[in-house]
Structures are given as structure tokens and as C-alpha cells.
Design a protein around this ligand. Structure first.
Ligand code: F6P
Length: 545
């Protein structure tokens, strides 16, 4: 059954939220805290090792009530059921959306076209386990009898960002295998990587759901050519593995059947790291850790599926984000992890969030009248404080931000960790409280500044404050907590797509550029002549000259 089709603007809740926005837009967060000593508690959710504080948002109990009414009027509960049960909610591609089945329990049943897919999922997991363990232990060897030292994941988009982000994030748990990720069709990427490698001890993992992606096939072909300068065609089978739905194409490439890892069209590329697309992760951190990652995601699935909406982390995060996006007109959201290990998290979520919800046509095929997908950006703290925080603090734009931090430091260096976390807490406090003209005056007076100099400088030192943040404080960065964190954002994406009445699981917007690039490539090679606009023709001429 497809998702129900409700234009959110026609709901009572939407109209109520418009009115409520006018009534509450000038509320000051710091006053909300003064008025209600229990505010922090009332707007926080504790779940397992997660503590999610949403009290520094411009919301009241009435805002929450209206947002949850909007969720109800848009049939969110029914939509969640369809999502987990394998209904064809990716209607434009005629597919189910079942990344959640990849981390479901062994005894669960998830039906696609009348067949339970869980046994297949576990079969591939077993294959991944056996393969990764043989590579890590050194039982699986290269063409000269040496064990592998390096793995190279070749893929792009969802076939790169997820595995790369997770491998970086869980580096603390890694083994001796050095993981490399090659994605860009820019030859510099693969050639710089190949410079670091010894063909005798390198394993290439080619990841492409379709096995037709230009970037991935070009990089895989270049890697194979490089390998064949040192080894023979039959050695390819030992040094290459592949993950894809397109097993025919993989065979043509010369990959041995036991190194072929299937995936399914009911898993979207940007949600696929839980499948064999995560093979590089399993190789880099070991299969047990990979399983723990899946377990963490499964726990978040359970929370999302069963917790009442008011206590449901992904639902609340999604609805608060809609509040800013559609009523405050906020265009972007920042994601700031206070963990260097998570330095690729925003890049990963950019694909997840923007490829999913960057849509302007609703589920009826009509142009929407309201804003949809938010723009996502971010870098780790504290680096970001010294880069773009100025704009969040004193710029003209409203930028809700997620601050993600951990109670424990993995290396146990308390000196560094306390400094890091002091910054983490200080920033959200500063963003909320700001600094008034009176506070600036008294500070400058204490420094002995003359009244004239003081009034000249004062306006520049005032911070408006009232900047909204979510604090996500987790006990420790582990495979399990990371799995939960990623799944949390996946479900936030889903909820927003349901409310905005768009299809979150297709990505037609990336097709046009791909098609044009194919045409232009034949022109650049001199195989064809083309017809372009004045600007493009001029640029092509200049390039060819
Ligand atoms: O960018 C478009 C896209 O289709 C993504 O959704 C996907 O993750 C990526 O390309 C790579 O596709 P494939 O895994 O088929 O090579």
C-alpha cells in the first residue's frame, strides 16, 4: 500500500502552527527557562545511552502539541508501519524501502513480494563474516602468498559515503588493515591512492548497487589495469571483490563468484551501509563490531517504531526541524559533532537528507507550495568554532544546530576531553543566552574603557542569542551508539518526507547531469558534435583549444 497523500498545508495543525508562530515568534529562550524551572527536563528524552536535550528550541508545550497533531493528521503512525513492513512506499521506482530489514532480528519476518527476505539477509551476513575473518586473519592471501594489508573501497554516493564515514568514525576499533576510499572520477583520486599500495597485498572492493556508475566503473578499471601491470588476469579473482544487485556485470569484470556480495533493490544506495555495502567496514573493524553497529541501529528502529511520539527522538527532531523550516523560514541546519572521529558525518548526512528530501513535487505529482528539504552542513567542533561559528552567533540567518558529544573519551585523555566538552556546553549556552548591551557595558566598564569608546564598540559586541540547538549527549562512541545515531537520522528523514508529502526514496534529480555528461564526453572525445547554449559551447571550445 502506498503512503497516504495529505497536503500538510490543508491540515488544521498547519493552520494552528501558522497562528502559533505569530504569537510566539518573539519569545526568548532564556525567559522560557526562567518561567519554567522544569523546562530542561520536560523537553529532553533519555533513551539507552542517549540523552537528547531539545529544551534550547523555540518551542513550548503548545508547539509540541501542534507539531504532533500535524504528525497525526499526516498519518505518520500508519506510514511508519508501512515503512517497516515492506510496502512499496518508493512509488516512483515501484520498490519497498527496507534498510531496516538489514538489521532486523534473525527470527523476524519481513515480506517483499510474498517472500520473507530475512533468511537471505542473514545468508549474506554469513558470507561477509567468513570473508572478512579470512582476510583479517591472513588466511586469505594475495597472488604471491602474502596476507592483505590494504583494502580499497571503490564506489560513490551511498556506496562510498556510508562505509567511509563509519570506517573513520570507528577507527578506534580498527585492526591492522588500512582502508582507503576512492570515489571521484577525477583520476587524481585513484592515482594518488595507488601510489600508496603494493599490488601483492591490496584487496579492492568494488561497490555499486547498479554496477553502471561511470565513476565507479572507471576507477575499478584503472585499478584493474594497475594490478595487471604486476599480476596476471587470473589473479584478479583473488584481489577483487564486488557488492552489487547486478551480479551479471560483476562476472564480466572477472570477479570470482565467492567474492560477489549481493544486495537488493529494496535498499536505497544512501541507506545501504548496513548491507554488504558495509563490507569495507567489516574488514576494517572486524565483523563483530559491524554486527554491533547493526544492533545499535536495530535498537533505534525499535524505539522509533514503538515510542509515543512525544518521547520519540527521530519524530521530535523531525517535527522541530519542520517548525523552523516551514514556519521560521530557516533554510539550513548545522550538524556539529564534538568528535574528530565523526568528521565525515555531515558529508554523509548531506546525501542522506538532501538526496532524499530535496524534492519540489508532492506525492500527487503537483508542485509544492511550501518548503521541503533543509540544507545540511557542518564540521566537527572545536574546529568549526574557529571557522563559521561567527555567522551562527552574530549573522542574520537562523541556523538550528545539532551538537553531538560523548561523555567518555576513547583514549581516556581527560585533559583534552574536558576542554573539548567545555566548549561543547559553552557554545549552546552562548548561542541561547547571547550577550545584552547591558552586559557588554558592564564588561567594558570593568576594563576601564572611556564612555565614548564604549558606546562606539558596544553594538559589535552584543550577541542577540535565542539561537536554537539540540544537544545529543551519548555515553561513548562505539559501533552500537554510532548505529543508533545513524538510524536516528534515517528515521528523521523518513518522518519529514511523510509530512512534506514527498517521495523521499527516489533521486531523479541526479539523472539529468549524468545524461548530459555522457553526451558531452563523446563530444570531448571528438566522436560527435553537439548543440549547446552559447555559454556551454564557448566553454567547450575553450577547453578543447
Ligand atoms: O547519486 C546518485 C546515486 O544513484 C546515489 O543514490 C547512489 O548512492 C550513487 O549514485 C551510487 O550508485 P551505485 O551504487 O549504483 O554506483
Amino acid at each position: 500500500m502506498p503512503l497516504e497523500n495529505t497536503n500538510p498545508e490543508t491540515t488544521n495543525a498547519w493552520k494552528g502552527l501558522e497562528k502559533h508562530y505569530q504569537e510566539t515568534k518573539s519569545l526568548e529562550l532564556k525567559n522560557l527557562f526562567k518561567d519554567d524551572p522544569k523546562r530542561a527536563e520536560k523537553f529532553s528524552i533519555r533513551w539507552g545511552s542517549f540523552f537528547v536535550d531539545m529544551s534550547k528550541h523555540r518551542i513550548t508545550a503548545d508547539t509540541r502539541k501542534l507539531l504532533l497533531q500535524l504528525a497525526d493528521e499526516c498519518s505518520l503512525k500508519a506510514a511508519i508501519k508501512k515503512y517497516f513492513e515492506g510496502d512499496q512506499i518508493n512509488q516512483t521506482e515501484g520498490r519497498a524501502v527496507l534498510h531496516t530489514a538489514l538489521r532486523a532480528g534473525k527470527s523476524e519476518q519481513v515480506m517483499v513480494d510474498g517472500e520473507n527476505v530475512i533468511p537471505e539477509v542473514y545468508q549474506v551476513r554469513e558470507q561477509m563474516k567468513a570473508f572478512s575473518e579470512a582476510v583479517i586473519s591472513g588466511d586469505k592471501k594475495g597472488y604471491t602468498g602474502k596476507s592483505f594489508t590494504d583494502i580499497v573501497n571503490i564506489g560513490i554516493g551511498g556506496s562510498d559515503l556510508g562505509p567511509a564515514m563509519v570506517t573513520e568514525a570507528l577507527q578506534f576499533y580498527s585492526n591492522h588493515l588500512k582502508a582507503h576510499f576512492v570515489s571521484n572520477v577525477d583520476g587524481d583520486h585513484i592515482h594518488e591512492t595507488l601510489k600508496l599500495l603494493n599490488p601483492e597485498t591490496t584487496l579492492f572492493v568494488i561497490v555499486s548497487k547498479t554496477f553502471t556508475t561511470q565513476e565507479t566503473l572507471s576507477n575499478a578499471t584503472t585499478a584493474k589495469k594497475w594490478f595487471l601491470k604486476h599480476a596476471s588476469q587470473e589473479d584478479v579473482a583473488r584481489h577483487f571483490a564486488a557488492v552489487s544487485t547486478n551480479t551479471e556485470k560483476i562476472e564480466e569484470f572477472g570477479i570470482a563468484a565467492e567474492h560477489v556480495f549481493p544486495m537488493w533493490d529494496w535498499v536505497g544506495g544512501r541507506f545501504s551501509l548496513w548491507s554488504a555495502v558495509g563490507l569495507s567496514v567489516a574488514l576494517a573493524i572486524g565483523f563483530k563490531n559491524f554486527e554491533n553497529l547493526l544492533e545499535g541501529a536495530r535498537e533505534m528502529d525499535e524505539h522509533f517504531r514503538t515510542a509515543p511520539f512525544e518521547e520519540n527522538i527521530p519524530v521530535m527532531l523531525a517535527m522541530i526541524s519542520i517548525w523552523y523550516n516551514n514556519f521560521y523560514g530557516a533554510e539550513t541546519e548545522a550538524i556539529i559533532p564534538y568528535s574528530q572521529y565523526l568528521h565525515r558525518l555531515s558529508a554523509y548526512l548531506q546525501q542522506g537528507i538532501m538526496e532524499s528530501n530535496g524534492k519540489s513535487v508532492d506525492r500527487n505529482g503537483n508542485r509544492v507550495n511550501y518548503e521541503t528539504g533543509t540544507i545540511i552542513w557542518g564540521e566537527p567542533g572545536t574546529n568549526s568554532q574557529h571557522a563559521f561559528f561567527q555567522l551562527i552567533h552574530q549573522g542574520t540567518k537562523l541556523i538550528p544546530a545539532d551538537f553531538i558529544g560523548f561523555k567518555k573519551s576513547l583514549h581516556g585523555d581527560q585533559d583534552h576531553h574536558l576542554k573539548l566538552m567545555a566548549n561543547f556546553f559553552a557554545q549552546t549556552e552562548a548561542l541561547m543566552n547571547g550577550k545584552t548591551a547591558e552586559e557588554v557595558t558592564s564588561e567594558l566598564q570593568k576594563q576601564g574603557m572611556s564612555p565614548d569608546a564604549l558606546s562606539a564598540l558596544r553594538p559589535f559586541k552584543v550577541f542577540e542569542g535565542n539561537k536554537p540547538t539540540t544537544t545529543i549527549l551519548i555515553d561513548k562512541l562505539s559501533p552500537r551508539s554510532l548505529g543508533s545515531l545513524i538510524a536516528m537520522y534515517e528515521h528523521k528523514i523518513f518522518v519529514q518526507g511523510v509530512i512534506w508529502n514527498i517521495f523521499s526514496f527516489d533521486q531523479w534529480g541526479v539523472e539529468l547531469g549524468k545524461q548530459l555528461a555522457t553526451t558531452i564526453l563523446s563530444e570531448l572525445k571528438g566522436e560527435k558534435s553537439g548543440n549547446h547554449d552559447g555559454s556551454t559551447s564557448q566553454l567547450l571550445e575553450h577547453f578543447k583549444r
